[in-house]
Design a protein around this ligand. Sequence first.
Ligand code: FAD
Length: 404
Amino acid sequence: MECDIAIIGAGPAGCSAAIKLAASGLNIVIVDKARFPRDKICGDALSVDVVNQLAMLSKELSCEFKNMAEKTASHGVTIYSPNGKSVSIPFLNNGKAKCGYIVMRQNFDYLLFKEVKKYPNVQIIENKAISETNLEGDKVIIQGDDLLLKSKLVIGADGAYSIVNKHLGKIRVDKKHYSAGLRIYYENLRQFHPNNYIELYFFKDILPGYLWVFPLSNNRANVGIGMLSASISAKRIHLRAKLEELLETHPALKDRFSNARALETIRGFGLPLGSKKRPISGERFLLTGDAAGLIDPFSGEGIANAIRSGRVAAEHATRCFSDQDFSASFNTSYDNEIYSRMWKEFKISRSLQNLCTYSWLFNFLVGKAAQSAYLKKLLTDALAEVNVKKVLTRPGFYIRLLFR
Ligand SMILES: Cc1cc2nc3c(=O)[nH]c(=O)nc-3n(C[C@H](O)[C@H](O)[C@H](O)COP(=O)(O)OP(=O)(O)OC[C@H]3O[C@@H](n4cnc5c(N)ncnc54)[C@H](O)[C@@H]3O)c2cc1C
């Protein structure tokens, strides 16, 4: 089988690239090892940025998302500091109420996948795991599960354990820039915030990581824990045991979980973080989403950047064809475009991640915010605006806070 562009992986990054390429007139093949709808281990939290990215991708898709029944609107976040104090912050942008959503990835990814199915020039191949991608002359040869595909360009959208990156790319796991995450769905959980605030719990042992409880409909929740891999090794943390222990003992959780029923066993997956600039393209290939390591290092959010990078990759791929240039040097402009959009935020998040290793600072900030309308507003604005978030990384800010 031959095609112009092969997209490996039909998660948010791959589907976004396919949707954006649908009007290009090029012959596109998208391959996934799973059959859809499929699950993906994730917190299922869709930020305001995800909703905006959908609108930039396709108006129809954005409408379908608005009409989607299986989503829980969340209007804010409650943050618990290591000493157990908490502060609740609404999602606001320029004073206007905003909301994020919790949507099981099984449903969210299927929405994108069904959109891809509408386009005749995109051929979908499910249930085929790619095991090899090799550059041979002017083609990339893609193989796996009795599939042989020759393509002029390949977009690696195959997630955290990307085969495309393994064979063609240069990104290797670096524990200082990589997190591990665990997820488990529960039902029969009580006492969510009336506006479905997401809950983030920070603990001394797992800083700069956190435990989350994200509300779903019918008293169900997505519960999980994420932690920097370098810290897991250094502190010898057994993450699964830690999650179980915290759910059983934390004063704000133990009673709520006493009658809760686990709907699955705890499962884990890797999070390649965007705290390090890496080469994300080369001759005849572009990496997107988790395959390119584009997860926010502080929040662990990766869906918005997966969609954004899929769209940017599609735009660059179209230029490869119009200029008939698939070289590594031509493709570096894709890397530049991605990092010009994301690096500022990644750097700020990396600084926040470093600051969060100090539990006393966290306790101080949350304690102050619980009492100060000024600080609460600043945190609210920081959630929506990257330049305000930057203020939180400055030592002078904390010194001034001491005297407020
Ligand atoms: C525990 C955890 C919690 C998270 N919580 C959040 C959150 O709440 N909000 C948020 O925004 N982000 C969260 N993330 C990050 C988010 O899940 C990812 O950033 C996002 O899924 C990236 O999308 P993607 O399309 O790049 O990759 P994926 O969603 O991983 O999709 C990759 C696709 O490629 C396919 N594939 C993989 N290998 C092959 C192969 N060899 N051959 C063919 N197909 C293949 C897979 O089947 C999959 O469909 C979390 C991650 C983890 C691990």
